[in-house]
Design a protein around this ligand. Structure first.
Ligand SMILES: [Zn+2]
Length: 280
């Protein structure tokens, strides 16, 4: 079976010690492409290096809203240089995140040392990158937390890529799905929605049009619940869990279940959707 991971961060340090095993397992379960998102200027070179070594890696370069506040004065030239050097690369991970400004716990280690850009600044950084994707008709990946109303307004007003764009791990309302799909959105499901506390968010994916569905791991983040975790990796030295990207199989299975279909029927549909948006 041909599986496609629409959103991961294979360049992340947590996975580096396990590359031999990870790439072997990905091939064994039939994963054909993994969109590997750079999220800051610091990790774009690692994404490029990994793509050069592993054809399964589809490189993507973008400035994530968490990293927007720490961008260098040359970030735009730097991004353009990476995209020019990698024809077929995507733009991402880009987006909007109000959670870091209003709901994140003060000591969250993932945010340590980051200057958190206010939402107006995040908007400016997002719109510049989205305009670039529109102008070049590149695939792009949008992260959105606690800002779906604003994102919807911005997308409606913006020039959008003719090929569409991905709302990764979409956590907005069911009511917005049809309108976002009309604007060109694809929606990717991940193991975050397998948690029992996220049943309401999970149900949204039963309503996404079949031709706009994608599947992702967000690895090394978001391990599936233990009962569904087929591939395990050791935790990091400081005790953080690491999601093995081959757990994509569990996410396909859960999505098929949610949609009342089989993995065999879902897989070719997701393949078509992936190739339409990200190209081959
Ligand atoms: Zn991500």
């Amino acid at each position: 079976m041909n599986l496609y991971d629409a959103h991961a961060h294979l360049q992340d340090a947590e996975l580096v010690p396990h590359y031999a095993r990870v790439f072997c397992d990905l091939a064994a379960v039939g994963v054909k492409r993994v969109v590997t998102n750079g999220s800051s200027e610091a990790d774009w070179p690692a994404v490029a290096a990994l793509a050069a070594e592993h054809p399964v890696v589809l490189p993507s370069f973008g400035l994530h809203p968490w990293d927007a506040g720490n961008r260098s004065p040359a970030w735009q030239e730097n991004l353009l240089a990476h995209l020019d050097a990698h024809p077929g690369a995507a733009v991402g991970e880009i987006g909007l995140d109000r959670w870091i400004l209003t709901r994140a716990k003060p000591g969250d280690p993932r945010l340590a040392g980051l200057r958190r850009a206010p939402i107006e600044e995040q908007t400016e950084v997002f719109l510049w990158q989205f305009a670039l994707a529109a102008e070049r008709n590149l695939p792009s990946t949008i992260h959105c937390v606690d800002a779906h109303g604003l994102l919807h307004d911005l997308l409606r007003a913006a020039k959008r890529p003719a090929r569409g764009f991905l709302l990764h791990s979409y956590g907005g309302s069911t009511e917005m799905v049809a309108s976002l799909a009309k604007l060109g959105a694809y929606f990717s499901f991940n193991a975050n929605f397998l948690d029992a506390r996220r049943a309401r968010l999970r149900e949204v994916y039963a309503t996404v049009p079949a031709d706009r569905l994608l599947v992702e791991t967000d690895a090394p983040s978001i391990r599936p619940p233990a009962a569904q975790e087929e591939f395990t990796l050791p935790a990091t030295a400081d005790g953080r869990h690491v999601n093995h990207p081959a757990n994509l199989t569990a996410t396909y299975a859960a999505l098929a279940d949610l949609r009342g279909t089989t993995v065999e029927a879902l897989t070719p549909q997701v393949e078509k959707n992936f190739l339409r948006l990200f190209g081959s």
